[in-house]
Design a protein around this ligand. Structure first.
Ligand SMILES: [Zn+2]
Ligand SMILES: [Zn+2]
Length: 194
């Protein structure tokens, strides 16, 4: 996914990119261990324009996950939406102090700064894959729930509490105190002796 510098002018131009699941899976080591997969390709819509020697990229990410609800274990579609901004300054003759940044600038024409949304570019072509990878990482959900009000599964009988009711009482499973358990044992023993 490349951005050609000479096609960017003072007038904002629109660009769109699509990344298939294979692109995302190749970028994250644990893709197959996550409780979701990409339900459709990721879409990046960009508007880019120059500001003097700087380039401002404003964009949005749209996608959808085929996810498993952490409460009721149902599969559901989780919408991915995020907006981002990237202000790129021409690197000129400057060299990033960290080797990783220097390598990225040489290879991708792009070195992301310490601040989110800032970076340096060099040359006539910028490869955006690494940046898009970060955008996607930020947009991925931490909590997966099919709805804010998902009641989840009963921890005792496993019934889906969104659809059915059960009479389980979670409190009753736990003894009130260790002494209550001891009393029960003692009562049982004395009952056996008589
Ligand atoms: Zn749920
Ligand atoms: Zn139950």
């Amino acid at each position: 996914m490349k951005l050609y510098i000479d096609r960017i002018s003072e007038t904002p131009s629109s660009l769109s990119f699509e990344a298939p699941s294979a692109w995302w899976e190749a970028r994250v080591e644990d893709a197959h261990e996550r409780p979701y997969t990409l339900a459709e390709p990721l879409r990046f819509e960009l508007r880019a324009h120059t500001m003097g020697t700087k380039i401002l990229i404003e964009g949005s990410l749209r996608g959808a996950l085929d996810a498993e609800c952490s409460r009721c274990l149902a599969r559901y579609r989780h919408a991915l939406r995020d907006d981002f901004e990237l202000l790129l300054e021409s690197a000129g003759e400057r060299v990033p102090s960290d080797p990783e940044g220097a390598e990225s600038l040489a290879r991708n024409g792009l070195c992301l700064g310490d601040e989110i949304g800032e970076g340096w570019y060099r040359g006539s072509v910028i490869t955006l894959d690494a940046f898009f990878g970060e955008v996607v990482a930020c947009a991925m959900p931490i909590q997966l729930a099919c709805g804010e009000d998902c009641a989840g599964l009963c921890p005792i009988c496993g019934v889906d509490r969104n659809e059915n009711r059960c009479d389980c009482r979670v409190e009753e499973m736990k003894p009130k105190s260790p002494f209550a358990v001891l009393e029960k044992l003692r009562d049982g023993r004395s009952g056996g002796e008589s």
